[in-house]
Design a protein around this ligand. Structure first.
Ligand code: SF4
Ligand code: SF4
Length: 64
């Protein structure tokens, strides 16, 4: 599973350097997560780092 970035993204750049897998990139107009690279930070951190730093709660888990 992967996280995705919602329309609430304000393109603040905070999450970009936090991802241990380089899964986040700058999109137009919002940032995007590559679902093939996102591991939900499992094995690296207890919490998804992008969601932890996001000021607008834009990094969300897909509801299966
Ligand atoms: S959950 Fe972790 S691995 Fe996935 S995009 Fe966010 S920081 Fe990167
Ligand atoms: S931290 Fe949140 S608001 Fe900032 S660029 Fe990343 S997803 Fe967008």
């Amino acid at each position: 599973m992967a996280l995705y970035i919602t329309d609430d993204c304000i393109a603040c750049d905070a999450c970009l350097d936090e991802c241990p897998n380089g899964a986040i990139s700058e999109g137009d107009p919002i940032y995007v997560i590559d679902p093939d690279k996102c591991t939900e930070c499992k094995g690296d951190f207890d919490e998804p780092q992008c969601a932890s730093v996001c000021p607008s709660d834009a990094c969300q888990k897909l509801i299966p």
